[in-house]
Design a protein around this ligand. Structure first.
Ligand code: XMP
Length: 510
């Protein structure tokens, strides 16, 4: 059985990063809320306690259930975790005298300590805390200090329990990953066998067992997640997977046809449903962005429901949910998706939403989905695609959406995106697109004055879309692209480039 590591989440902004680092070591791990009760110690090989925005001295202190963990399994406590094990086991934690945020340097007490193997004395670590451990309980042994933090790391004698005040998971802790490896591999004996191929093998065999001869319906979008989910399901159940790809009329130019063709080439059983007219007519006269989103969502559900009724005895609904969505909905404080779900009235759900749900990617981070996709032989071009919003060009056409405006924007977008590819800029950009603005401006073409549309180009770099910065595209590229757009796209006489970061702006304009 594959070794697993348990991460208990006390709500730190860095908890996901701990999981990322562990996965980078080819070790499988799961994040559970801080109050998760571990019944069976054989399920995990090691446990990590995360940091927290809470204080162990506060009224709303978060208490984990450590009965089957501390002293029974190798345990690494980070930041809050470290203070928790000191404060509630006979030591003392007090407010820090100096602010302890950012860079610090470790000074080891015992250079032979396994936790610090192959890490140099003086190694840079990242601190982020306002409490500090002033006194350790009996049988606790300090193993490292920094200039401002005496008990920067300790271990508990007679146990495989280690604690560190700093954050090994952030990139600024130079040897953080090494430290995690020392703990997980050298101390806890966890094997490093979590690879895309092992994931594929295990997932396909689990899916086979779970689904048997059942039929699964899956909505495909041309995006990375739904495609990888489809290929995994197809490997497990073949044509019992019925994919549905809906053209909402708001996709990029030629996208519907080219993506369907790619799916076909991959041997996937996918039905393309062109419902463009339904979407465009439902959007007639609507200008408010949130209302547009709701209409697009509603029509999608109607179309998908209609299609799924045509598939006899489907038992399952496949979804391309990935790990960050899962973590958010089970996070210590109850993430926003938990709230959204509670608003659903089960009786009022469309039929396909009453199917059992199968989510083959629910344990993977985005880049892991890409790695798995690569191992599955999915084309690089599909795996490296920029994210594209569900409501598509509908939220990039500011104001009312019409068929004519969609056509204009598709042309503009296609020139921009193809240009990025030709100039080898596409992969340096996280997301790019064009917005059709609801203003007309004066121009001159030949001897004629024109009064035509303005488009804005946007290209951003980001890691998760939460924050983003505009990309410094070469002037020469912008000059050429702008020229091409104005010369080729009838109805556009002005091109601007968006140089706003997020925050305070957002990536989309609506
Ligand atoms: P913003 O505009 O909020 O976008 O900075 C962040 C990321 O989310 C995408 N986005 C959406 N995706 N439905 C989606 O599926 C939506 O309504 C939606 N709005 C924004 C956006 O493209 C970017 O990647």
């Amino acid at each position: 059985m594959q070794h697993k590591v348990l991460i208990l989440d006390f709500g730190s902004q860095y908890t996901q990063l701990i999981a990322r680092r562990v996965r980078e070591l080819n070790i499988f791990c799961e994040i559970k809320p801080y109050n998760f009760v571990l019944e069976d110690t054989s399920e995990y090989k090691a446990v990590i306690l995360s940091g927290s925005p809470y204080s162990v001295r506060g009224e709303d202190v978060l208490h984990p259930e450590l009965k089957n963990i501390k002293g029974k399994l190798p345990l690494l406590a980070v930041c809050y975790g470290s203070q928790y094990l000191a404060h509630f086991y006979g030591g003392k934690v007090a407010p820090s005298k100096t602010r302890e945020y950012g860079r610090a340097h470790l000074s080891f007490i015992d250079k032979e300590e396994t936790l610090f193997e192959n890490i140099n004395d003086g190694s840079q670590v990242w601190m982020s805390h306002s409490d500090t451990i002033t006194e350790l309980p009996d049988h606790y042994k300090m193993i490292a200090s920094t200039k401002d933090v005496e008990n920067a790391a300790y271990k508990i004698e007679g146990e495989d329990t280690f604690a560190i005040q700093f954050h090994p998971e952030v990139y600024h802790s130079t040897d953080g990953k090494k430290l995690l490896e020392n703990f997980l591999v050298n101390i806890a004996g966890v094997s490093q066998d979590w690879t895309p191929n092992s994931f594929i093998e295990e997932t396909v065999s689990e899916l086979k067992e779970k689904l048997g001869n059942d039929k699964v319906i899956l909505g495909l979008s041309g995006g990375v997640d739904s495609t990888v989910a489809a290929v995994l399901l197809n490997k497990a159940i073949g044509d019992n997977l019925q994919g549905i790809f809906v053209n909402n009329g708001l996709l990029r130019k030629g996208e519907f046809e080219s993506v369907l063709k790619q799916y076909e080439g991959m041997g996937l059983n996918v039905k393309g449903v062109d419902a463009s007219d339904k979407f465009i007519s439902a959007l007639k006269g609507v200008t408010e962005p949130e209302q547009k989103r709701k209409i697009i969502g509603r029509v999608f559900i109607e179309v998908f429901d209609e299609e799924s009724h045509q598939i006899d005895d489907a038992k399952w609904l496949g979804q391309g949910t990935i790990y960050p969505d899962v973590i958010e909905s089970v996070s210590a404080t109850g993430g926003p998706s938990a709230t959204i779900k509670s608003h659903h009235n089960v009786g009022g759900l469309p039929d396909f939403m009453k199917l059992k749900v199968v989510e083959p990617l629910r344990m993977l981070f985005k880049d892991e989905v890409r790695r798995v996709g690569k191992s599955l032989g999915i084309h690089e071009e599909l795996l490296g695609r920029h994210p594209f919003p569900g409501p598509g060009l509908g939220i990039r056409i500011l104001g009312e959406v019409t068929e004519e405006k969609v056509k204009i924007l598709q042309e503009v977008d296609s020139i921009f995106i193809n240009g990025l590819k030709e100039w080898n800029l596409y992969n340096n950009v996280w997301q790019a697109g064009a917005m059709l603005l609801p203003v007309e401006s004066v121009g001159v073409m030949g001897d004629e004055r024109t009064y035509e549309k303005v488009v804005a180009l946007r290209a951003v770099e980001s890691t998760d879309g939460m924050t983003a910065d505009w990309v410094d595209l070469p002037y020469e590229f912008l000059r050429k692209t702008s020229n091409e757009i104005i010369n080729k796209v009838k109805g556009v006489n002005r091109v601007v480039y968006d140089i706003s970061s997020k925050p305070p702006a957002t990536i989309e304009w609506e």
